[in-house]
Ligand binder design. Structure first.
Ligand SMILES: [Zn+2]
Length: 172
């Protein structure tokens, strides 16, 4: 392929194969024998190891939750990526139940720690990571943080979460 096509913008060459640097469509210019890749979204962003993401907690199991990632760093997405937060990556200390970490509907900030097989494994170990908005599992109201507990101002329910230090302040 390298003999016939000249790599163009958005591409690089390794061992004679033209690779795309960005997520996008390869455009083969048969007349000029050039390959260009046009990003689908300008500056297309995919989760990468060590980047911080924001997502909403979806399906929850006893030892993991799925997270619908909608923001990578400062960039908002349409919500195409799913991450997984396993109980062993929540805090440095042992965590008994995912129920004390986050619940479906919560908004969490997490760090991507691995992207093996296109599955984004997340961590909330740092103090700036964890729930930034959590909702009462009884009535859906936004929970308020009081010391180490989460209080529902509407129904009086008390729950637990692993919160980020700036809980309730993130702009979404
Ligand atoms: Zn409530």
């Amino acid at each position: 392929m390298i003999e016939e096509f000249i790599p163009d913008s958005g591409t690089y060459v390794k061992d004679g194969i033209i690779y795309s640097k960005v997520v996008g469509r390869a455009l083969m210019d048969l007349l000029n024998k050039r390959v260009s890749v046009y990003p689908i979204i300008s500056g297309a962003t995919v989760p990468k190891v060590s980047t911080t993401v924001l997502g909403q907690v979806g399906n929850a199991q006893s030892d993991n939750v799925l997270v619908r990632i909608f923001k990578i760093g400062p960039k908002k997405l349409s919500g195409a990526f799913t991450g997984i937060l396993h109980i062993s990556d929540v805090e440095e200390r042992y965590v008994d139940s995912m129920n004390d970490v986050c619940k479906p509907g919560d908004i969490i900030r997490a760090k991507v720690i691995s992207e093996k097989n296109q599955i984004y494994h997340l961590s909330t170990v740092d103090k700036n990571l964890g729930a930034v908005y959590a909702f009462c599992s009884r009535c859906g109201n936004l929970l308020e943080q009081k010391r180490h507990e989460m209080h529902c101002p509407k129904c009086g329910n008390i729950e637990k979460r692993k919160t980020a230090v700036d809980y309730g302040k993130e702009e979404i």
